[in-house]
Design a protein. Sequence first.
Length: 273
Amino acid sequence: MDDKELIEYFKSQMKEDPDTASAVAAIRTLLEFLKRDKGETIQGLRANLTSAIETLCGVDSSVAVSSGGELFLRFISLTSLEYSRILTHAYSRVVLRVLEAAVAAKKRFSVYITESQPDLSGQKMAKALCHLNVPVTVVLDAAIGYIMEKVDLVIVGAEGVVENGGIINKIGTNQMAVCAKAQNKPFYVVAESFKFVRLFPLNQQDYKADTLKSAQMGQDLKEEHPWVDYTSPSLITLLFTDLGVLTPSAVSDELIKLYLISRTLQIPNENRT
């Protein structure tokens, strides 16, 4: 589907129903583009879709078209696990369940996983994936920057999701997110809503992380091994939760709803108005 055909299809969608939102017409056009696209890899598909979205934005420069195209691209990036290469970190029960579901749906993909020092929990995750017959490669924590260019997307779990949409997770998650952002790879978080917490850290020092070890090693040398780190919302693409697919900025709204519900349940019936 060349640019001319793409533009004509988009315009025909708008003419058929003048009340159709331009974002909806753009998504319908991209779906048709997807049917005709001959890309064989996720990376190639993303490149072709990005080019198609830019073409549509050239026809209709409204925010609706660009945001609709971006939403479609994000959805395709996550749901098209076929032949994709995924990077994950440490052991996450929720990530494991997501990948189990992908295997059950007959999706074919491979996984790179960090060994995750200091407890080597990535080895535990690798063994679990091997039992599912998923191709797994264990990499050094220090090799994240090297391996990032080989993967299509990153999926991690979270020990906590904070008010601003950032996450608290196993140490090394933040550097993985930074590398993903630098190399333009989507960084997805999967977490249950009970992990939403009323904290608002702005940096690593704002969150008092537990340390495995902090000991004096002589007069001037100190050794420290933090257990978790904080990843800011600016590094996260989307969060997939039991409340739905959320942008980082939408987390605070969901936290408010959960807090109001809990407060309502705590108020005795006779005190309610």
